[in-house]
Design a binder for this molecule. Structure first.
Ligand SMILES: Cc1cc2nc3c(=O)[nH]c(=O)nc-3n(C[C@H](O)[C@H](O)[C@H](O)COP(=O)(O)O)c2cc1C
Length: 317
């Protein structure tokens, strides 16, 4: 397999610019996709877009040089087009359109995965955005493999291509599945074969073995990873061949402590940072018993200062 191209998945409430900074400094990530900016009744102003993707003001890259594209979520072609235009004026180097969000509240308002039921509408939104921004601006879409069945995947991928996107990411679950069951990598492979644009495979990649199997089943050379990187911050380095072995638990915890400190340094409150750190600790504890024990012992702390102290004490014990 040639060197894979690796993307950090957007995860609302987790992968903000502080997280992107902390993870991209480790290396291995080619592109980050921001969490979505939701476009509902009016085009969004530049300051809202910059809040979600401050890297737009610094050439569209993290401090470590990794490209960041802004994700937009919405279904009105003209509002999406105008918002994309403003994003480009504010410095966006790429725009990703979200047609995969399964949250009922979002879908009820005709956003995210709601459009999977009518792929022609996906084409229309992409076409409007493509026509609104210069051709030098990368345009992509993130979709699920279907609304209720993964055999919808090829038609969805074709709808994205027909709109003029340069690439697409497919999460191998349907909207109905939410996060249940397994990502259907075979379905992603069928979608890939139905289009000529590059397809990024997404869902359930947590190790080199997973990526190898995913590559075999999909034929993809590009992979997007979300939760696996919360459990193992070094995962991208590992998949790129920059590290030979997975990190020890103490290395993962040291990364978590420095990430928490970075959040505080950026002005986030002690409680907010403790909440974020515990969410990551929970993912780390799923793949490591010793971190699980630390999580159980320390999860009662609601302030980062106390949680940090507890983690450091447990790590040195
Ligand atoms: C907490 C959380 C928040 C998410 N937020 C977004 C989002 O803002 N935009 C998006 O396209 N996908 C979002 N996703 C979906 C992920 O990007 C990804 O498609 C999914 O987690 C499957 O990949 P994984 O198995 O590598 O985690 C989110 C997922 C999670 C768990």
């Amino acid at each position: 397999m040639t060197a894979p191209i690796l993307l950090l998945a957007p995860m609302q409430g987790i992968t903000d610019s502080i997280f992107r900074e902390a993870l991209t400094q480790l290396g291995g990530i080619d592109t980050c996709v921001s969490v979505y900016a939701r476009v509902s009744h009016l085009p969004l102003p530049a300051h809202s877009l910059l809040r979600i993707c401050p890297e737009m003001a610094t050439g569209g890259r993290t401090r470590h040089g990794t490209a960041v594209v802004l994700q937009l979520l919405g279904s009105d072609p003209s509002l999406m087009a105008e918002t994309a235009r403003r994003a480009v004026d504010a410095g966006a180097m790429g725009i990703d359109l979200n047609f995969g969000c399964p949250v009922s509240r979002v879908n009820r308002h005709d956003g995210g995965a709601a459009l999977l039921e009518e792929p022609r509408r996906i084409t229309r939104v992409i076409r409007a955005v493509r026509d609104a921004v210069p051709s030098s601006i990368a345009l992509s879409a993130k979709v699920r493999a279907g609304w209720s069945r993964t055999d919808e995947a090829p038609a969805i991928a074709q709808a994205v291509e027909q709109g003029g996107a340069g690439w697409l990411t497919m999460h191998g679950r349907t909207r109905k599945q939410l996060y249940e069951g397994k990502a259907d990598w075979e379905a992603i492979g069928k979608a890939r074969r139905a289009v000529t644009i590059p397809v990024v495979a997404n869902g359930d990649i947590r190790s080199v073995e997973d990526m190898t199997r995913c590559a075999e089943q999909t034929g993809c050379e590009r992979f997007m990873i979300g939760r696996g990187a919360l459990a193992k911050p070094e995962l991208f380095r590992w998949l790129k061949g920059l590290s030979e072995v997975p990190w020890q638990p103490r290395h993962r915890l040291a990364w978590l402590v420095s990430y928490g400190d970075a959040c505080v340094a950026k002005g986030l409150g002690e409680r907010t940072v403790a909440g974020r750190a515990k969410a990551i600790l929970r993912h780390m504890s799923e793949v490591n018993d010793c971190i699980y024990d630390i999580f159980i012992r320390q999860r009662q702390h609601d302030s980062w200062l106390e949680l940090r102290q507890g983690i450091l004490q447990d790590t040195s014990a």
